[in-house]
Ligand binder design. Structure first.
Ligand SMILES: Cc1cc2nc3c(=O)[nH]c(=O)nc-3n(C[C@H](O)[C@H](O)[C@H](O)COP(=O)(O)OP(=O)(O)OC[C@H]3O[C@@H](n4cnc5c(N)ncnc54)[C@H](O)[C@@H]3O)c2cc1C
Length: 438
């Protein structure tokens, strides 16, 4: 069925968790809307993650309020279980999602309010557009990547399992949650692994019988509105793999992984690393210890009965690769056949041709409400708070954005006395055009 000539109040682009949350809140507020998804619901969880990936947070935390996972509350849902969860959510709330429809262009109408939306299945008109196309759309590989056809190079988004890689050692660049988990999986599969470690936060998986998600919640960290100065681009190294464990770079090195500093350049088959490995690891420790201190203070202040855990403060000795770090690596000599770039993602809003971006193409908005009236963003990192790009956080941002839309509709539905009188005389005519598929 073509979508040609459909008119809808609000169009939501993307049916990942952000689009699903948005649709739930719009439904609750009675806003007619449609969600268009170019592939399948929660496609990123289906095909954009490696095979063994589990959620970073336990099932009781990484979910929406309206549905629990069919799992032990402290277990970590596998990536397909997360995708199934959002499919189930759409069914439970009977949300108007159309899959297999790509939005190709959105432009503001010149001669009437609203937007014209071009899709691969026809042209739609909408009063409002919510961009819920994800925080991590375009894998980013830095320009320093060597131009060497002999090396197998992939982004972490294209990594699925150790078997897909050619034999040989692997250099993983980036030690956030993706890089460190992939590096550990490869090491456990018998690969020689070099892991390039930059600045990172490294919370304990759990402390005093509480997961770090709980600690970040009660300490107000998920709700932090801005990143600490200088830590805006700092990645967080956590893992739910194998039941969940604290990421400990020294332990990984003692098990055989070679840690190196930030990757600086490649030249003539030689990789060079910055001399900052120990500093990065020590700053990660500081972040780890700061959370333990804040947790202890919280326990004391509130008189909680949570068992002390002094062993969490023990530190392994520095492995040789930290005390005497490699500054360069001849890739052929080290038999490195693969580089995995766990270097993050960018966004791509080329389809959204409206006045909602700064000169660098960065969305301009306040808690998701764009400076271009009628355009909204959802799911972006730090949209309103630290938790904004995560499962539980996007649900709360969606509530705010849906509330803004409902309020705007109230303003636009207002009729002054003269208009109301005219309406009463001609009851069949209404100026409010909010019909749609819902
Ligand atoms: C490796 C990894 C692990 C993560 N683990 C966790 C975790 O454990 N817990 C957690 O809370 N968060 C986690 N996140 C962060 C976040 O939850 C996910 O990135 C999540 O997928 C973001 O959801 P979203 O709906 O905002 O975006 P996406 O899931 O990316 O959804 C956007 C959707 O929009 C669609 N789309 C894009 N462009 C168009 C278009 N033009 N027309 C139509 N459709 C379009 C896409 O197909 C996609 O389905 C993780 C992220 C990564 C990268």
């Amino acid at each position: 069925m073509t979508l040609n000539n459909i008119e809808i109040d609000t169009l939501v682009v993307g049916a990942g968790q952000a689009g699903v949350a948005m649709s739930e809140h719009l439904s609750k507020l009675g806003v007619p809307h449609l969600v268009l998804e170019r592939k399948r619901i929660a496609e990123a969880w289906r095909t954009g993650r490696w095979d063994s990936l589990v959620a970073n947070g336990p099932a009781w935390h990484d979910r929406f309020p309206g549905l629990e996972f069919d799992l032990d509350a402290d277990a970590f849902a596998g990536k397909d279980q997360v995708a199934d969860y959002f499919e189930q959510y759409v069914r439970k709330y009977n949300l108007p999602v159309r899959t297999g429809v790509e939005v190709r262009q959105v432009v503001r109408n010149a001669d009437r309010p609203g937007f014209t939306i071009e899709t691969n299945q026809g042209v739609i008109r909408a009063n409002r557009v919510v961009a819920a196309t994800g925080p991590f759309q375009r894998p980013v590989i830095p320009a320093i990547a060597p131009k060497d056809d002999g090396l197998h190079q992939i982004h972490s988004a294209a990594y699925y399992n150790p078997e897909q890689l050619p034999e040989g050692a692997v250099l993983v660049v980036g030690a956030g949650s993706s890089g460190v988990q992939i590096a550990e999986e490869l090491m456990r599969a018998g690969r020689q692994v070099y892991l390039s470690v930059g600045a990172h936060d490294r919370p304990p998986r759990s402390y005093r019988n509480r997961d770090f998600c709980w600690w970040l919640g009660v300490l107000g960290e998920w709700d932090a509105e801005i990143a600490k100065p200088g830590r805006e681009h700092v990645t967080i190294a956590v893992s739910g793999a194998r039941g969940g464990h604290t990421v400990d770079f020294r332990a990984l090195a003692h098990q055989g992984m070679t840690l190196v500093g930030l990757t600086q350049s490649f030249e003539g088959g030689v990789a060079r690393f910055q001399d900052n490995l120990a500093e990065n690891i020590n700053r990660g420790d500081e972040n780890y210890l700061a959370l333990l201190d804040a947790a202890d203070a919280y326990v004391e202040r509130n008189g909680l009965d949570l068992p002390p855990e002094p062993e969490a403060r023990k530190r392994l000795p520095d492995p040789a690769c930290v005390s005497n770090p490699l500054r360069e690596l001849d890739l052929a000599q080290a038999n490195v056949t693969t580089i995995i770039w766990a270097t993050g993602y960018g966004v791509d809003f080329s389809w959204l041709q409206v006045d909602a971006f700064d000169a660098n193409g960065k969305p301009q908005h306040q808690r998701g409400v764009s400076k271009e009236p009628g355009v909204y963003f959802l799911g972006l990192p730090w949209l309103s708070r630290r938790g904004s790009s995560f499962i539980w956080g996007v649900w709360h941002d969606a509530k705010h954005v849906a509330g803004h839309i409902a309020t705007q509709r109230t303003y636009l539905a207002y009729r002054d006395r003269e208009q109301r009188t005219a309406d009463e005389q001609q009851p069949s005519i209404s100026n409010v055009s909010t019909f749609g598929a819902h």
